[in-house]
Design a protein around this ligand. Structure first.
Ligand code: PHE
Length: 458
């Protein structure tokens, strides 16, 4: 039996849900690190330009495909062109790979947040605390299960009563929290200097030693980040697009989603870069990924004394909200694929997806424990199971999905198909010219470069 498709009740619900997907760990953790690494201001400038062109083109394409076909990615591509049906399968595999490991990290965040809320946050600064936590056998599994359960609860309830409702609560709270924390952190002073000095490093472009090669690296870092940050090439925006009404103004909505995503990334950098600089100097800024979030920041909170408990708790609440809305979008994308493919109901589809994901998440957790091994990826990074899943999805599959989508839209069904969908209610599409150029030429070239860079050793 064909089940009725869910839908967002209106524009705000759709924009907040899509922004909830886009705003995630990438904004709060990877963006600040990339900005610091790439000389602050220059990176910010390149990032904003690429978001308005590259990011805009890919995002509006996916949302329009969703709304036009009213299908999940697994069927949407083949509806556009039979020969491109395979793309639907690859695009659907991506969230399936990401969801379980995203939940493992979500579990780590839930644990840290709980520690800070119950006043045990300062225990997290002990040397080796983070490593001993993720390598322990049961604790990461327990916290991951809680995070996963929260996601399932929301997706079970459906598009309007679950996803839209929670996004309407969590996203405004997230904006208030991030602004509050940003204002507070700008007032602090640490052993290495004031936060305002750190802010200068973040905003003022540093052109010293700028070469063509360095600029090129910045361009690739910025483009790769946009791609991940806007939840592109994993079927999510197609799925959310399929829940929008024909009256929704697509180009305005994509602008709003982009503004939210970029705004949160910029403010997250305004928090991380100055704070880490003030307390740990340049050396602290060079640390990336997990160590920045789970090791460096708790140390900073410790030096703030009692205030650090409160700021730390609020900070991890913020990270949890961001991670939760992103993980929910992943689970929704997979659930909608299963619903479409097997014509099952929402609850049954979600349950089956949860069981399979739980098994993969369990294996990922044990990858730090009884199944620990070290594998060197083609880009030279030493990896465990989580990093391998991340590499396969982000570095290999996503650029391929986005590239083939550009070829399909730019050269096979032609950009006009998407443009007509965007303009279906006599709406203006002010960036139509840029859109055509991006989708036909620049996006595919940039995507090939991003894909190729996955094989270059650092
Ligand atoms: N866009 C999210 C972020 O910036 C990343 C994400 C990945 C979201 C996978 C959903 C799914 O962190």
């Amino acid at each position: 039996m064909e089940k009725k498709r869910g839908s967002f009740t209106g524009n705000i619900g759709f924009v907040l849900a899509a922004a909830g997907s886009a705003v995630g760990l990438g904004n709060l953790w990877r963006f600040p690190y990339l900005a610091a690494k790439n000389g602050g201001g220059v990176f910010l400038l390149v990032y904003v330009i690429m978001a308005l062109t590259f990011g805009f083109a890919l995002m509006i394409t996916e949302i329009a495909i969703g709304r036009k076909t009213k299908l999940s990615p697994v069927k949407a591509y083949s509806q556009l062109n039979k020969r491109f049906g395979f793309l639907g399968y690859i695009a659907s595999v991506v969230p399936f790979i990401i969801f379980p490991y995203y939940c493992v990290i979500g579990g780590w965040i839930t644990k840290y947040m709980t520690d800070f809320i119950i006043g045990k946050g300062m225990e997290t600064v002990a040397d080796g605390y983070f490593v001993s936590f993720i390598t322990s056998q049961w604790s990461p599994i327990f916290w991951c299960a809680i995070f996963m359960g929260l996601c399932a609860l929301v997706v079970y309830k459906g598009v309007d009563k679950g996803i839209e409702k929670i996004s309407k609560v969590l996203m405004p709270l997230l904006f208030v929290l991030i602004l509050g924390i940003a204002i507070f952190t700008l007032t602090i002073k640490g052993p290495f200097g004031t936060a305002l000095e750190g802010l200068k490093i973040y905003f003022v472009p540093d052109f010293t030693g700028m070469t063509v090669k360095r600029f090129f690296n910045i361009l690739l870092d910025a483009t790769g980040q946009i791609f991940y940050s806007m939840s592109l090439a994993m079927g999510i925006m197609i799925t959310y697009g399929s829940y929008t009404k024909k009256e929704t103004n697509l180009s305005k909505s994509v602008n709003q989603i982009e503004i939210c995503d970029t705004f949160v990334a910029l403010i997250a950098g305004m928090i991380m870069v100055p704070v880490v600089y003030a307390f740990q100097g340049y050396e602290g800024l060079e640390k990336s990924g997990t160590s920045l979030l789970f090791v460096s920041l708790p140390k900073v909170f410790q030096t703030m004394g009692v205030v650090g408990h409160i700021v730390g708790a609020l900070f991890f609440v913020l990270v949890l909200f961001a991670a939760l809305t992103s993980a929910i979008s992943l689970l929704e994308a997979i659930t909608s694929v299963v619903m479409d493919k097997f014509s099952w109901g929402r609850k049954k589809s979600c349950t089956v997806v949860m069981i399979i994901s739980a098994v993969i998440a369990l294996v990922t957790c044990l990858g730090y424990n009884i199944w620990y091994f070290e594998y060197t990826l083609p880009n030279g990074v030493t990896a465990q199971i989580l990093d391998i899943l991340d590499y396969v999805s982000n570095n290999l599959l996503m650029p391929v999905v986005a590239f083939v989508t550009c070829i399909l839209v730019g050269w096979v069904i032609k950009p006009k198909t998407i443009i007509d969908e965007v303009k279906c209610n006599d709406e203006k599409f002010s960036r139509e010219g840029i859109y055509k150029f991006m989708i036909k030429f620049l996006c595919p070239v940039l995507l090939i470069l991003i894909f190729t860079s996955s094989f270059i050793k650092y």
